[in-house]
Design a protein around this ligand. Structure first.
Ligand SMILES: Nc1nc2c(c(=O)[nH]1)N[C@H]1C(S)=C(S)[C@@H](COP(=O)(O)O)O[C@H]1N2
Ligand SMILES: [Mo]
Length: 544
């Protein structure tokens, strides 16, 4: 190929080729080296094209992750827990899109560099691409559950990279050589146009592929369709009379699937087909068990109200929700597998390789620890673990609530370390008794006099005995509790305080049914959940 020989010819100091005066590079070079800006642009567009063909291949194959996604997820996993927390505190729910955007920008940047290098030495530039593709390959290989087809997107992307650059920089592209420059260092406008045409062509092609790949994302659509067709033998759950106080501004007692908080490490939500879904129960058991989705539905289904809560919920935070869950009791399945003496934990693994460990005793006592298939009467939304997840009353989500569950290993605490445990969080984490003020909102203005205050309190699987509020550091005053169907859900509370005009602070604390009152000592969420009294400020104003 013509361009290979010319662009990769080593430049020699003092070579007799004419030097473009507009170019500060004192070194002479071959007759067809492209200008710098053109080379960088060509590299950048090449990078985009390779990522686009790789992503399109991944979606045609129905893979969960494109190579870019795999790299981003690899970054998440390699990030120490502390750094991840700071990052999430800074950018909140934007963490995932920002991370993917970051990877895109880095690859585009490296592409521009590869383009600049290839300007003189195409082979070296192409080697850079190969190295980059190698990194992508590594990222893909470290993702759990990659089949051989998982490598195809990388190969397609790498091939795109290797072919696109020579195409863009090929004959007719902008060159700084004799045919491409006039004495003022101006490029030949015809060649410039030809080059720009190619860049536009490849850029547009990449754009179409990237968009087309999204739309055609076969696997995900099929799973959404399956989910929509599923007719599960479950009920929707009726909010028990007296559980929801219906105070304006107070969180509804039942949180809808749309409003339910979402926490997970998956950059792209796994899309699992129910037909091929299997759950393996193995490890320290007498009898290994493998279940299909149908096997699960053929068992006795249990339904219960359970409040799920994240350990990362700060005091006063909203990483908590209550829903009606339908599923099979984990205890029943474990009874079939028959754990061996010495086993004390069940390590769960999700389809995307996330792990969590739950004490065996919690899964075999009389509580409703469920392999849930439905949430508020509907099949689990993809984001919340379709088709099967764990829900365990009384434990934080990171030690109990595995979504997209595919594997249960009965084992011993001294043999395993789960995803967040490895990152400094406690291996055992029962939910701490907590309470929150929803009404008034912090910073709100209310009319002076009798002020309605309301909120929620929770101590899953222990139960709430009483809730008290305190205005401006005065005495603790009890408030009314709503009714709840069990000790496994949060409890709404409501009361009134007398507030004169001016600024006020309101604090809340709960006492659980074990008799323990929430401590006022403020502790951060790491390693096993925050403590402290939620305290808000509001202003009472004379009636208008
Ligand atoms: N597969 C998988 N399951 C997971 C997680 C995860 O990262 N991956 N996060 C857990 C955490 S930390 C919490 S708090 C709950 C949140 O469940 P939700 O997103 O349905 O509210 O899911 C748990 N299950
Ligand atoms: Mo969590």
């Amino acid at each position: 190929m013509e361009v290979v020989t010319s662009a990769s010819r080593p430049s020699r100091p003092g070579s007799d080729g004419p030097v473009n005066p507009a170019d500060a590079d004192p070194v002479g070079r071959g007759p067809a080296a492209p200008g710098r800006a053109a080379a960088a642009l060509a590299g950048l567009v090449t990078a985009a094209a390779g990522m686009a063909t790789a992503a399109a291949t991944a979606s045609v194959l129905g893979l969960r992750l494109s190579p870019v996604g795999a790299v981003a997820e690899g970054v998440v996993e390699a990030t120490p827990g502390g750094v991840a927390r700071v990052a999430i505190d800074l950018v909140g729910q934007w963490d995932k899109p920002l991370l993917v955007a970051g990877v895109l920008v880095v690859v585009l940047g490296l592409g521009a560099i590869a383009g600049l290098v290839a300007r003189r030495r195409l082979l070296v530039g192409q080697l850079l691409w190969v190295a980059l593709a190698g990194l992508g390959l590594l990222a893909v290989l470290t993702r759990p559950g990659v089949a051989a087809t998982g490598l195809l997107p990388i190969l397609v992307g790498a091939a795109t990279w290797l072919l696109m650059l020579p195409f863009l920089l090929g004959p007719g592209s902008v060159t700084a050589g004799p045919s491409g420059s006039d004495p003022d260092g101006q490029r030949d406008p015809g060649e410039r146009r030809a080059f720009l045409r190619r860049v536009l062509l490849v850029g547009a092609g990449a754009g179409v592929l990237a968009l087309g790949g999204r739309v055609a994302s076969g696997g995900r659509r099929a799973v959404q369709a399956t989910r929509a067709r599923l007719d599960l033998p479950v009920t929707g759950g009726t909010v028990p009379a007296g559980a929801d106080l219906e105070v304006s501004g107070l969180v509804p007692w039942r949180v809808s699937n749309e409003e339910f908080y979402r926490i997970d490490t998956a950059l792209v939500v796994p899309a699992l087909e129910v037909d091929s879904w299997r759950l393996r129960i193995h490890g320290l058991v007498e009898q290994e068990v493998t279940l299909s989705f149908e096997d699960l539905l053929n068992r006795q289904l249990t339904e219960a109200w359970v409040t799920l809560c994240c350990v990362s919920n700060p005091v006063g935070g909203d990483l908590i929700g209550n829903a009606w869950w339908s599923g099979v009791r984990v205890a029943e399945l474990l009874a079939q597998a028959r754990p061996l003496p010495g086993a004390d934990v069940v390590l769960q693994t999700s389809a995307d390789g996330w792990t969590c460990s739950t004490p065996l005793e919690v899964l075999t006592d009389d509580r409703d620890a469920l392999l849930a298939v439905a949430m508020n009467g509907a099949p689990l939304p993809l984001q919340h673990g379709f088709p099967v997840r764990m829900v365990v009353p009384g434990l934080y989500g990171y030690v109990s609530a595995t979504k997209w569950l595919v594997d249960l290993e009965v084992t011993r605490f001294d043999r395993v370390e789960a995803y967040w445990t490895r990152r400094g969080w406690a291996p055992r984490a029962p939910v701490k008794t907590q309470s929150r003020v929803d009404v008034p909102r912090g910073g709100q203005d209310v009319a002076a006099g009798s002020v309605t205050v309301a909120g929620v309190a929770w101590a899953q699987h222990t139960g709430i005995a009483s809730v008290e509020v305190r205005l401006d550091g005065g005495p603790w005053e009890p408030v009314d509790l709503a009714r709840v169907p069990s000790v496994d859900t949060w409890v709404q509370w409501r009361g009134t305080v007398q507030a004169a005009a001016g600024r006020h602070t309101l604090a809340v604390r709960a006492t659980d049914r074990s008799g323990a009152t929430q401590t006022g000592v403020r502790r951060d969420v790491v390693p096993d959940g925050a403590t402290g009294w939620h305290t808000i400020e509001f202003t009472a104003t004379e009636g208008t």
